[in-house]
Design a protein around this ligand. Structure first.
Ligand SMILES: NC(=O)c1ccc[n+]([C@@H]2O[C@H](COP(=O)([O-])OP(=O)(O)OC[C@H]3O[C@@H](n4cnc5c(N)ncnc54)[C@H](O)[C@@H]3O)[C@@H](O)[C@H]2O)c1
Ligand SMILES: [Zn+2]
Length: 339
């Protein structure tokens, strides 16, 4: 297979390129940044229709990783997120339609769900809304049952859970899926969205407003500071190793030619081993040999409390298995190079 990897110079995209090579496929990168030496590179913005059309020559499938990521600096970033993520995806899809390329893997995200799954002892499955700032400011981090206010039990969401994006980035990731589904319907294309959980590993970007929490902690440890854990540290996430995300992409690319045409199918892409943010900080601090994490009680309004999902569909339908467990992965990550 010859695969165009948009965003192939980035954290996840660069691992997808490596995994494609390891599986004997050819990768071409479209990115504004330079990929690893020796990787064929089209230096272009994903919104540049001419360049994207040119990049599709001889391509069998596209793995679309290019995006503006993270929570950003505030609402002022909204137009940039929508521009890169949604206009960019629309430009790409239009070029796919023109070129007759039918197979697309999209870097999706679990942020499309908003809060994870919760059960109330009295009301069963419930969907808590966004947390009130007054609650967060008083250290009431757990979302209560929206009907009776009782404490809730967090569980695993599956791909059929309703979407509920809570910030601009999440909204753009959901729109990418809807755009790809519309493309598939009107062209007979086949699309897979891999809804990644919290990805970590080698070449994760350093500490910026656009980076993930594991990178904040790593950067702090490197600077000799304690990782600063927001809220009370009990937020649950699924930390999945970037190499496992890369093999999921290759599994998806392999499955696409026999997938149902005209549709997008979503797959949660997580380790299946939920941990709290506090546990992650502790694992990193221990492996790094740095100061113990500090629980600060700070919060970010766009954050959800718990988001963990079942990745059984990916395991069952695409025959994928993660190879790196939490302790091994965090031990490696504590010493691995950042970008
Ligand atoms: N890192 C995570 O935990 C995570 C979780 C869920 C989903 N994702 C998704 O995975 C994908 C890859 O994310 P990442 O963590 O590797 O981020 P990253 O920032 O390391 O990689 C993104 C790449 O896209 C490129 N890019 C950005 N804007 C571009 C543009 N306008 N034109 C062309 N290239 C452009 C960047 O140069 C970069 O190389 C994104 O779609 C992101 O939404 C990431
Ligand atoms: Zn209730």
């Amino acid at each position: 297979m010859r695969v165009l990897v948009t965003g192939g110079a980035g954290f996840i995209g660069s691992h997808v390129v490596e995994e494609l090579h390891a599986a004997g496929h050819e990768a071409v990168v479209l990115d504004i940044a330079r990929p690893a030496p020796g990787v064929p590179w089209i230096r272009a913005d994903i919104r540049d229709a001419g360049a994207v059309a040119g990049a599709l020559a001889g391509v069998d499938a596209v793995c679309h990783q290019a995006a503006m990521v993270g929570l950003g600096k505030g609402f002022a970033d909204a137009a940039d997120y929508v521009g890169v993520n949604d206009l960019g995806t629309a430009v790409l899809l239009a070029a796919l339609a023109d070129a007759g390329v039918r197979d697309l893997v999209l870097a999706g995200s679990m942020v499309v769900y908003g809060e994870g799954r919760y059960d109330c002892p009295r009301h069963g499955r419930v969907r808590p809304g966004p947390r009130a700032e007054a609650d967060l400011a008083h250290g009431r981090f757990e979302p209560p049952c929206p009907r009776c206010g009782a404490a809730l039990l967090p569980g695993l969401v599956d791909e059929d859970a309703p979407a509920d994006p809570r910030n601009v980035y999440a909204t753009t990731k959901l729109a990418q899926e809807h755009l790809a589904a519309a493309w598939a319907r009107s062209t007979g294309g086949r699309a897979i969205s891999l809804r990644y959980h919290n990805v970590y590993g080698d070449r994760m970007p350093r500490d910026t407003p656009y980076a993930g929490v594991a990178s904040f902690f790593r950067s702090a440890l490197e600077a000799g500071r304690a990782p600063r854990v927001f809220e009370d540290g009990a937020q649950r996430r699924d930390f999945v190793h970037v190499e496992d995300v890369a093999t999921a992409n290759v599994a998806a690319l392999r499955a696409l030619p026999t997938a149902r045409p005209g549709a997008l199918r979503a797959y949660n892409t997580g380790s299946g081993e939920p941990h709290t943010v506090g546990e992650m900080a502790q694992a990193l601090a221990t492996a790094f040999g740095g100061p113990a994490p500090q629980i600060t009680g700070e919060y970010r309004l766009g954050d959800v409390r718990h988001i963990t999902a079942s990745s059984d569909r990916l395991r069952e339908e695409l025959n994928w298995r993660p190879r790196t467990g939490f302790t091994e992965g965090m031990t490696r990550f504590a010493k691995s190079p950042l970008r």
